[in-house]
Design a protein around this ligand. Sequence first.
Ligand SMILES: [Zn+2]
Length: 619
Amino acid sequence: MYSLDQISNAAAQLTGESLEGARLRLGALQRFDRLIPAASADQALLESVLASALGAVDGRTRPFGVREAKPVDKGLVLRVERAKDVQALFELLPYRPKRGPWSGVRGLFVQTDGTRLRFGFRTWLYERSWRSAEPSVWVAGPYEEDLPALLNAHEEQVRAAGHSVQWDPQCPEPGPKRQEPVTRSLVRRLSASYAMGSALLRRPRLWDSLSGYAGIRVDTRLTDYGLDWIVERQVTGWQFDDTRLIEVLSDHIVGCGLRVLDHACGTEECTVRLAPQPGVWGWRGVLTVHSRHAPSAPHIQVPGPRPLTAIGDCLSVSRPQTNTSNPDHRTQDRDGAVIQLTGAPRPDGVRRDDLSWVAEQIAAVWTARGLAAAVILTRNRDHEFSFGDPGQPAWATAPVPEAAEGWRRLRIAPPPGELWALEVSRGDDAVAAALAHARRAYDRVILIGRNDDWPYEEHPFDRLADARILVHRATPYERHIPLPTTTGQDVRAITLTPAESAVQWRQQELGRWTPRHPLTGMLLLISSDGSVPPDDFDLAVEEQLARYGTPILGRFPTDRGIIRGPGYSPHPPTVLDPQTEHPTHAQMAVAADALARHLWPDVPPATELTKTPDTRTSS
Ligand SMILES: [Zn+2]
């Protein structure tokens, strides 16, 4: 139900990896919600140091001078375009002059590893964590160029000038006695927003995928909230291609997950400022992209854009059609249906987190059927809570600028299917506006209300949803009431009729609650590892339940313990991810299709999943 080729293309177009390499790497993932991994803190800091040097190379051939940035288990492998760009990295290497302060980045080391160079940090420079590997970036040259020879030449040059080389990890260097001042220490400056530098370095080919690429330069600037990264982008031709740029930078699956702060666009230049998601460590900075027209001679051909699969560009066309999938740029009014999922007003009712888990799984099946599906999650204001950042530098006293989150692509889906989500926390009007937009942009929209507690849940969205579904955990319908006997040996039991059992179930599960507004029905969550299908008695009970205004619309397989929390993805495994044991793709597909048949009996059922011509498509 996903295409490994499609998602491999989406990632490789930004990293520069080979398609085969990306397929192998992504094939090992459990979920396809993030295709370019984020580096651990120490690793990201090292990558930021290298990015700050590579950002200064003449990036006319390739952004950062990098052809490929391949994430590996133990770090990152950079394949540079030209051996001479490695010189920029050598400028970072620390040495001690005869007199005066050290030069270079103290604590950075390099060693040869075959034909490649491995950059790392001395252990005193970073906080060793038992979880993450030593920070490592391997640098490879074009066509197996002899980088070790280049390094030797550089070393000889430094020694010849009478300096003492300090970048060999075999020779101990205990580090400075006192912490270096921020003005002198690149590492200390970068520690404020190391994640941003790493995120840029891991997606070098974004920039030359855009129309009219003529080079970038990357710089950093200290601010009172941390450290900004600034990309100066040269563009030839008539357009800045800024829409696609913003789409990728704000994307969560292959992009950086940034949010647009402001965008000033003119004929001569375009400036976009993007802010990180609040409260995430290592992101204390704003990314500014200045795009300017490069002076172009008439005989120079303007490089055309390359398609970016992640944002819905088609590979087969010579000129990528852009913005076909961006919700802000849709023209088609789909007049989509809105379904609200809600839990019962009881302490053991299905909670909001679980509702969103189920909603994403159902929406993913509909996406796999070729529909544009969306999940809207409303939440309380001031919901976001974050722990203080232990890496917050002393000079960063101001809060990092914040921007509201927009629509978020949840998975890259085989076209024409789409899967998006939005969190709304700005009040009822914002929810109504989001729903109105979603109706135009999507075929099916699932809405999750704001609170677990019912009284607040009831009112505002009812009029906005076409169907209101109570999601509840399945519990068996009682068939007997056991009675004690005087001997204590025989068990006497009163047999219940389906009507009696229905009353009993309703009292027990929903209590005395009667919804103020009609429910379309109930969706029962069943255990995915072998639930017994309903028999005649169960069906007879459900007929009675329908009489009470709670018809059963379907059963959805789920695992009892939905695992959430730090370190776990907030998004469930769906049919657009590799198959898991429970619930299986088939179980989820059958359940979501059955629900759709109940809700829209007039719509012809999708008999089979959207197929792509790729024979290797997983199903
Ligand atoms: Zn612009």
